[in-house]
Design a protein around this ligand. Sequence first.
Ligand SMILES: [Zn+2]
Length: 217
Amino acid sequence: MSVWWKGVQLDERSAEMMNEVVRLCPGITISPSQGSWSGADASAGTHSGAGAIDLKAVNLSDAHRQEIVLQMRIVGWAAWLRTPAQSDWPYHIHGIAVGCSGLSTAAADQVDDFLSGRNGLASGAPDDGPRDFDHVGITWEEYCGRQRPADKEEDSMNMVIRDRSGSAYLLFGASAASGLYDNSVIEEIERHGLIPVVDMDDKSFNAALKGRDVRAV
Ligand SMILES: [Zn+2]
């Protein structure tokens, strides 16, 4: 299924990937010039399927260009800064989503080039982007899998329980105990006179919930 993302057409997965890039690049203008299922001659067919995007880069500083390429790679794009020295095109950032279904053949070839350290152009020149991150060829699904455990812990751990005598306890986990909980939790403790209970493992946590009135903070 395709969606419109900032005026260009993308598959839904690629749009989510770009939303994450925007989140990771605060203060940097991210604006596409070409999306997917698009046939600009200069692109040699790499945009004719899904999973392809070009971002405008003419008016970006070099630091911002490099930052966007890095963050795109981190979330699962084979991404390069393209320069006027390479072809008859303006500065732009070209991205192909690694592991995307429906890539054109030319786009899939560029992913192979990316994995093997080339720049994806006909010249077969060495990759000119960053490769020192974890790791070249990571997919969006792998990237999301890494973000999830922390979210899960936060979601499941901040709970208020009340025993039969009416005393209320705040249960939270080891990550919260190390200072990762936000001010709203501290305020909740102070406002309601809750008794903090720190770092219960899953078993004792579940046992503690039995027969109690539970609500999330
Ligand atoms: Zn492109």
